[in-house]
Structure formats: structure tokens, C-alpha cells
Design a binder for this molecule. Sequence first.
Ligand code: ADP
Ligand code: MG
Length: 705
Amino acid sequence: MPMRKDGVTVDLQMQPLDRLRGVGPAVAEKLAARGLSTLQDLWLHLPRQYEDRTRLTQIRALQPGVAAQVEGRVEAVERGFRYRPMLRVAICDDSHATLVLRFFHFRAAQVAQFAPGARVRCYGTPKPGQNGLEIVHPSYRVLDDAVETVLGDQLDPVYPTIDGVGTTVLRRLIDQALQRLPDDDSLELLPQSLLSHFQLPTLREALLTVHRPAPDSDIAALLAGRHPAQRRLALEELLAHHLSLRGQRIAQQAHAARSLRGLTLARKLRDALPFRLTGAQQRVFEQIRTDLRKPSPMLRLVQGDVGSGKTVVAALAAMLAVEDGRQAALMAPTELLAEQHLGNLRAWLEPLGVRVAWLAGKVTGRARAKVIAEVASGEAQVVVGTHALMQEGVAFADLALAIVDEQHRFGVHQRLALRDKGAGGTVGADAVVPHQLVMTATPIPRTLAMAAYADLDVSAIDELPPGRTPVQTVALSAERRPELVERIRAACAEGRQAYWVCTIIDESDEVVAQAAQSTFEELSRQLSGLRVGLVHGRLKAAEKQAMMRAFKEGEIDLLVATTVIEVGVDVPNASLMIVENAERLGLAQLHQLRGRVGRGSAASSCVLLYQPPLSQMARQRLATMRETNDGFVIAEKDLELRGPGELLGTRQTGIAGFRVADLARDADLLPQVQALGERLLADSPALAARIVARWVGGAARYASA
Ligand code: ADP
Ligand code: MG
């Protein structure tokens, strides 16, 4: 692709904003605080939404929460001072309905304007008030009766607000910036072929349309974010993020890593396992093995539904590092889970003569010093732990493989921090970094994975070990709770175990713990004769651990728990799970919780208790849970219900913060984005860098990763 950019234009795009009229040092500083420092930044400060003043809505037809413009005559005015000054103006139109305009800040002159009978046109979002709908602080105009007042003929853009810069000032600045938009030749970075393929406008046209929609533009499309101009901007933005992630990956892979080849230990482990690997486990292990043979770092995400057997795959990978005389680390997000991994790994690896060390927050004093010394000397071949692994003072002798379990619980920074624990040695002149394996049981839809994990290779363990019967799920109104007591009794009489999960709105550990405590007491009373246990976040680590061990050993029949057991806990004999207030939990969390049962061969069930009435959203979530056990299907549904920002959580701050793109809405662009991204990186890296700088710019906080 030719570089048509001459130096002059590049300068213009990067021109500082203090060249604009009305931008002194104070305003410049306010803008800079929001990351706006060049003309280009202002071009890309896009409207968040539009106000449609091109038409009037009848008061009778107003809907709460839906912004609209109305016109009516003042019927009554009331000034009050009950708690603070207040002005209420009732207006009425020919639909014979009344709307209240409410003001808390107003001047005397304003009050005088609202004479009974005066004609008022206003715009705002109505909400239910004491007497029907009301709009608080609408924007409004009192109209002269003698003059025919025309409606606006274009949408008014609403910009994300900037502290200290008023909306009028901001609009004027953007006007000035738009006047300086260069022609297509100097501005456009995308190939013409791509634009014609999707029938999209050039960047210049798109920016002008989105900032200042012409009177004849497709208003409905603009309001829905589906106008070709918006799609065009979304395309470039998605491309910029994709290129940025790929760029980080390329930077990572420029480092050296240990090439791990020996298979003897891994084979021994496989042969000693009490089960045969599933086809999916074998395939994913092969993928990992191929990566680990290379002298550049693996960056791989393993997605696998709950119970698909990711841990053993991680253990097999660790054996490659150990056989090469190096170390592997496995980090889990909770102590409970790390502890469980420790148990598994010790049982599997110690018979092979592999030394497994344990490091968590509660390991202190002499014990900690000892572990740290073993990690530093290399005596500890596999190190299992929590965040404590990343603490200062922990230094590995030769970490060749860093494994992070349930990575959605960690930020990208933490993953990188663990990697940095291994940076140190050199191969030739290059710093050596560990291979990275991240695992998650929260599958994300393919399109989303493409956008969010462009810096990782993705494998899927898409098969469950044989002999599992799918969990039967029912949703019951909380009134039917008494029936469950009998159900628990019956399950336990057959030698099975059960979980009772307490959740409440207030997420403070303290309050949830109290709720769990009283549920525990009540159930203990009702189920006398059964052994009931309690575990929640306020218990000491040792207490939690003892309780989990007792449950695992079958010394407890019913475990009352908070969502501390959500992730990873594995007790195959448990076959009944009851979740209280299930309507308040998201799909991903419900799926995780349910994954605690159905791990053995017995038929398992999950009861989702809810408090009626159910919201539409909650109803759909519960229906989804009843209909499927497939984490990938659930993830697709979750994406549909919640949108990508929430689904991805903390890791993808960049993804959640798109300016125009919406991963659910614009998903069809992603395959093109990916293909084009690869081509640009290969053929025109300088152009790729400019696209990234334009959209991601200073926000590329992981760029040095
Ligand atoms: P997850 O993928 O949710 O982390 P785990 O690694 O905890 O799953 O495995 C769930 C359970 O299945 C464990 O008890 C594990 O030992 C067992 N398991 C793993 N792989 C197999 C297999 N191929 N056949 C039978 N059981 C298996
Ligand atoms: Mg797991």
C-alpha cells in the first residue's frame, strides 16, 4: 500500500489544540486531561449519541426513559421551597396530556417567562414523577406566538463531556477542527478496495457525517449506530485495536524462550493417570507441545468448559519444563483453588520424583523463607500458588513456563508480572522470557476472542471426560424452598453430597457471610442428622481449607457456601446444587457455580431459586441455564444479553472503551479486520503504526508489554 502521506499533513493532524481560537493554556490543560491534545484527537472525539429535534412528540405518547422533544402551553406554575428552591411548570398540548418540567436552579427572569398560556418547546428524558411524567432540567425555549417556529432539520450531536469545558465551547472547537480536516488523499489510511467492498465512505466523509449529520441523512441508522459512516469509523477503530494487540504480540515474540523438547516425564505422567485423556485434551496438549519446542515464547489461551480437565493439561505442559531442568509456575486466583491444584499436582507429580512447592499469602515466616529459597535455587521444580507468586522477593532460578488458571480473574498486568518473574537469563544477546499458558473456564464467543485476544493463540478443550451425565437444571420460586430440604435429605441418604449457595445483593463479605451463617443455622436445624458445613470469605484461610477438605473427604453432607466456591472447586461426589437468589447472578457466574456438580458419574441437578417477579433479563438468563449446559452457547447468549464490555471485564479496558465500535453490533467486520491487519503488518508496518497511533495512541498502555 503506498504511503501517500506528506509531512505537511502529518503535521496538521498532530497540530496542538492551542492553535485553535478559544484554547488558552487552561482549556488546553482540561482537554489534555481527557487525552485530547491534537487536532486528530478532536476529530475522533465522537458524539456519544444524538438529540433528535427534527420532530415533536405528543405528550401523551412520551415514554419514560426515552428522550423526546415536545411543545405545549404553560398550564400552571408552582414555586416551592420545601427542601430547596424548586420550580415546577406544567405544560399541556393538544393530546390533552400534561408534562411537568422541574427546575432546581433558576433565575427570576426564567420564572417570569413561564406565564400561563406561554408556548414552550423543550427536549429531555421524561421519567415518572408525582403527577405523571416529568423532565428535570429540560433544555427549552419559550416561543413567540406570532412566529411560525420551524423544527430543527438535523440531529444534534451530544459529546462525551469534558470537565471544565462547556458543551457550547466544545462544539465550537470541534467545528474549528472539522474545518481543518484535510482532503481524502492525505487523511485516508484504509485501502479503497476495502471501503468499496463494504460500501463505506472515506474517513473524511465519515467524520463529517458523524459529527454534523446532514439534514437528509438516515436518522434512524445514526441513532442505532448503524450508519455507514459509523461502520466505517468502527472498522478503522477495530483495526487499530487489532493491530495494537498484534504489535504487542510481535514485540513479545521477539524475546527468546527456552526450547522444551523432552517428553519422557510427560509420558510417564500420562501413563500413571487414573483416566485416559480425552481427544480434546490430547489435541490441546499437542498444540502446547509444538509451541514449547520453539525458542520464542508461547502465548496461548486454553478455553475449556468447567470440568473439561484443564488442570491435567497444565500439569503435562509443566513436565516439559521440568524435564529440561527448569521450572514451571501455576497461579490461581483464589487460595481455595490454588490449594486444590496443589493437592492434584502433588498426587500426580511426586510419585515421578518432581518437587512441588506451595506459596500463598498465608505461607509466612520461616516456611515462606524456605519456599522462597527453594524457588530461587531451582530445587522447587513446580511452584503452585496465588498472587503471592508475584510478590517482591520471589525470584525463580529458571522459570520456563508460567501458567495462569482462570485468567479472567486476573488483569493482564498480573499475567505479565508473573512472566517478568522469569525474565533474566539470556540466550545469546536476548533476554529469555517464560512461555505463557493461560486457562479459562469462561469461554468467550469466537468473534469476541478474535478481537480481545488477538495477542494470544486460542485452543479449546471442547469435550468433557466420558461418563458425565449432563446436569439437570430447574428454576423454582423461593416459596418452594421447603421442598428442597427433603430433596437434600434424599440425595444425602444415597451417599451423595450437596452445595447450598447463598448470594445477596450487598456484596460486602461481611453481610454475605452473615446471610450464609443464618442459612447454615436454619438448614442445620431442619436437617438434623446430616452433617452440615459452612464456608465463606470471612473465614480464616486455614478454616476454609479444613472445611473444603472435610467436604471433599465426604465428612460433610451439605456445604452451605457463598460464591467463594464459584471457581474451580472439584468434589466429584457432590451431585446437588442449590443457588439462592439466582436471578441476581450473571450467566457466566451461574454456569461456573453449576460446574461444581456433574463432575462424577452420578446424575446431578441444579436448582436455581429465585425471588419473583423476574425481570425480562433474569427470565432469559434462567431459561438459558435450563436449556443448555454448553459453556460456549451460554457465552454467546451472555454476549447478546450483556454486551461485550461487561463480558470481558477488567482485562480489556481498551475493548470496553471503544469510541464507536460495538463488538456485538459490528462483529461481522471482524474477519475483514483480521485479514487486513495481517496484510498491513506484513506489507506496511509504518502505516499500521499510524492507524494504531491515531486511535489507540497514548491508551496503548500495554504497548511495552
Ligand atoms: P477444569 O477444566 O474445570 O479445570 P479439572 O481440571 O478440575 O477441570 O478437571 C475436572 C475433573 O475431571 C477432575 O476431577 C479431573 O481429575 C477429572 N478429569 C480430567 N481429565 C479427565 C479425563 N480425561 N477422564 C476422566 N476424568 C478426568
Ligand atoms: Mg480448573
